[in-house]
Design a protein around this ligand. Sequence first.
Ligand SMILES: Cc1cc2nc3c(=O)[nH]c(=O)nc-3n(C[C@H](O)[C@H](O)[C@H](O)COP(=O)(O)OP(=O)(O)OC[C@H]3O[C@@H](n4cnc5c(N)ncnc54)[C@H](O)[C@@H]3O)c2cc1C
Length: 425
Amino acid sequence: MATDCRGAQAPSRRDGRYDGGVNEPLDVLIVGGGLVGASLAIALDGAGLRVALAEAAPPRVDLQPSYDERNLVLASASVNALEALGVLGPGTPATPLHRIHVSRRGDFGAVRLDARELGLPAFGAVLPARELGNALLRRLDRCTALERFAPATAVAIEPGDGEAVTIAFACADVKRSVRTRLLVAADGTESFVRAAHGIDAVRHDYAQSAFVTTLTTERPLDGTAYERFTDSGPVALLPLGERRAGLVLSVPTAEAASVAALDEDAFIAFVHERFGWRAGRFSRPGRRRPYPLARMLAARTTAPRCVLVGNAAQTVHPIGAQGFNLGLRDALTLAELLRESHARSGDPGDASLLARHVELRAPDRAATTSFSDDLVRLMGNDLLPLRALRSLGFHALDRIGPLKRRFALRGMGYRGNAPTLGLMR
Ligand SMILES: Cc1cc2nc3c(=O)[nH]c(=O)nc-3n(C[C@H](O)[C@H](O)[C@H](O)COP(=O)(O)OP(=O)(O)OC[C@H]3O[C@@H](n4cnc5c(N)ncnc54)[C@H](O)[C@@H]3O)c2cc1C
């Protein structure tokens, strides 16, 4: 159960500093209980460490900003890890992804990936973030040794004494301080923790907004995800059970207000104009919600006794469906390092542990952030030589089996230094 920091599990010393009852700082304090922070807290449960999770929103799926209507493509390695952690199970409405179809309006060719042809059970699964949020909250409730503060907003970080750092939280009408040996920033793109440490964030505004909604399709998608690129932005159609599909439709931000104002029929006509008719006629669109799209890369991901994970460390364009998958790998790698260090009675905030995290995560971080960015630039560009190159690339990727398999395995999250939980089956 979560309490706000005035409750029974709140700071127990008179000076308001949390001491867990034994005058000791926490081992790990995770700020931000979004998809990544909650996953990390679960991965650390039972490790023997004293861990707390602090989240600004109350612990309800409808109040948590990141547990919303966006449909997430979970890479196969993420599905494995979330199953191994007891988050996903038979009751979770995840739709397996068997085929991926990538094309560009006006270009020759397409890339068709079929998991069975490549000897793979599935590329991953599609799950609304709200459902993943529900599953995470249920699993958090079953954690045996986790302190949870919610609603609790981190508002200040006091200089550390070398042994621990102190974070101040605003909880309703009171302010409380918590000491911890390691502070994990999982507080999203506008991370307070990152800013408080003076870590620069390099940003790029794509001047695009993604509308997320659901639709009924005339033809079942049958486990196929479509990604279609157009001059005015990409559109993805994701399978959600029998006849329902998740839509992610990017438009130039300047057009977002007029797309938001379309009535149902006009919106469906707009989607057909962008996506085509591969899934037959669309009907019954759900609520539409626009997300402004921007890239953010933190200049570094550590500070003394502090590490950044998930969107706080890097935020990518959703085009490649990589953001959460990448953030989960940040979190699982950190959990593995902390478990190993604890088994050797190590200090969870030790500089060498943080340096090892940076080292392990750097190749994946660099490759995945540039992959998502390159995809936006390459696919959004209408220059003739690029169109020819793209068509050649589509042609090669579609026909060269080993290339296809390598491409697919990387997308599924099996890449260098992958956290071992993701490899479980
Ligand atoms: C349209 C769209 C589609 C996407 N599709 C995919 C996809 O298919 N696959 C994929 O892998 N990724 C996808 N993503 C990306 C994915 O949603 C994000 O990468 C992921 O949600 C990041 O999780 P996070 O926990 O790092 O950050 P967030 O989800 O932003 O969570 C941060 C949490 O920190 C809390 N917080 C903030 N400040 C404080 C504070 N001061 N104190 C306490 N708590 C605080 C917030 O309340 C929030 O709960 C998509 C994104 C978008 C916009």
